[in-house]
Design a protein around this ligand. Structure first.
Ligand code: HEC
Ligand code: HEC
Ligand code: HEC
Ligand code: HEC
Ligand code: HEC
Length: 190
């Protein structure tokens, strides 16, 4: 599957300079499978089943983060959109630069299969991280914490970069101190 994807991307990249970034970051030699499974799959989001570009969606076309991550404001998880959300646009939008990647979206939809996205941000099971408490609006209607403060300038990323990794207790607590938020163990730990 990896070979297929690389070949497909190489074909697209060969004809489209705009996508040169996909190739630039490629390591020259294949890493051993075991290493690729641990470090690379987590840290290398190019392992995603579809080359989903955040910069095009959230940057160029200005689609709101929560149009797709629609549970962030009311639930613990921000959520990854189901393929039906993609199809809402991609039934019509074929993709000028990378139609092969958009075709994959349609294939998943036709097979009624969920797209197996690789998860990047994940805290341990003993930690509770409630998105809704962080992105809830303050008195002025702005989110208490912007998505970008924790996830970086996602609207500029062709491929999601893993920032603030690994997600450590020190990182959480430092901001809770700055913002005068509770540091009770039981607030974050089950
Ligand atoms: C058109 C839909 C869409 C929009 C708009 C969108 N995203 Fe995403 N987002 C996705 C999909 C699909 C994934 C999974 C694939 C990937 O990681 O690139 C994802 C993944 C992510 C992840 C990584 C999740 C993980 O841990 O695996 C973060 C963080 C994220 N998005 C933040 C944002 C932010 C912040 C914005 C707004 C600036 C945004 N997204 C806008 C669809 C979208
Ligand atoms: C609100 C509309 C909208 C939604 C929802 C949406 N997209 Fe897109 N997507 C676009 C637009 C517009 C483009 C740019 C197409 C172009 O430039 O030709 C695009 C581009 C793409 C591209 C790159 C194609 C290219 O030619 O550059 C991929 C891959 C893609 N989308 C996948 C997805 C996936 C996967 C989802 C669901 C998680 C999704 N999109 C949801 C509107 C949307
Ligand atoms: C205060 C820091 C912080 C803010 C603000 C924040 N996130 Fe997250 N995000 C995290 C952490 C930590 C995780 C891992 C959570 C877990 O494993 O339960 C995460 C996970 C995610 C995921 C992975 C899937 C999921 O459902 O958890 C997505 C997608 C995501 N965030 C998108 C967003 C978007 C979009 C926003 C803004 C609306 C946002 N985040 C705001 C810290 C943050
Ligand atoms: C950039 C700042 C920032 C970071 C980083 C951050 N938080 Fe928060 N956290 C906040 C703010 C602001 C609130 C909202 C407090 C409120 O509702 O007034 C909050 C609230 C919470 C709450 C609810 C507290 C309560 O009293 O019920 C929990 C739980 C929590 N955060 C866990 C975490 C965890 C776990 C992490 C790290 C994975 C984290 N936070 C990282 C700023 C942050
Ligand atoms: C603001 C959120 C937050 C608060 C408050 C907090 N922790 Fe944590 N804690 C975390 C996060 C996040 C991790 C790292 C989890 C991971 O590795 O994914 C962690 C990790 C730990 C670990 C290490 C467990 C392991 O994974 O190896 C211990 C032990 C721990 N915390 C104890 C405490 C104690 C005791 C307190 C109270 C004095 C406390 N924590 C308060 C968020 C918090």
């Amino acid at each position: 599957m990896k070979g297929q994807r690389t070949a497909a991307l190489a074909g697209v990249v060969a004809t489209l300079g705009a996508l040169a970034f996909v190739q630039e970051g490629d390591t020259p030699q294949e890493s051993p499978d075991a290493a690729a499974e641990t470090a690379a799959v987590e840290q290398d989001p190019r392992a995603q089943p579809i080359a989903f570009p955040h910069d095009i969606h959230a940057g160029e076309f200005g689609i709101d983060c929560q149009y797709c991550h629609f549970s962030a404001e009311r639930s613990v998880d921000a959520g990854i959109p189901p393929v039906a959300t993609c199809q809402g646009c991609h039934l019509v939008v074929q993709g000028r630069n990378n139609p092969e990647e958009v075709a994959k979206v349609r294939d998943y939809a036709q097979r009624q299969e969920a797209i197996p996205w690789v998860r990047i941000y994940k805290v341990s099971d003993h930690v509770r991280f409630p998105h809704m408490r962080h992105v809830a609006p303050d008195e002025s209607g702005q989110p208490l914490v912007q998505c970008q403060e924790c996830h970086g300038p996602v609207q500029e990323m062709a491929v999601i970069e893993a920032v603030n990794q690994p997600l450590s207790m020190g990182w959480c607590v430092q901001c809770h101190v700055e913002r005068d938020v509770s540091r009770d163990c039981a607030v974050c730990h089950y």
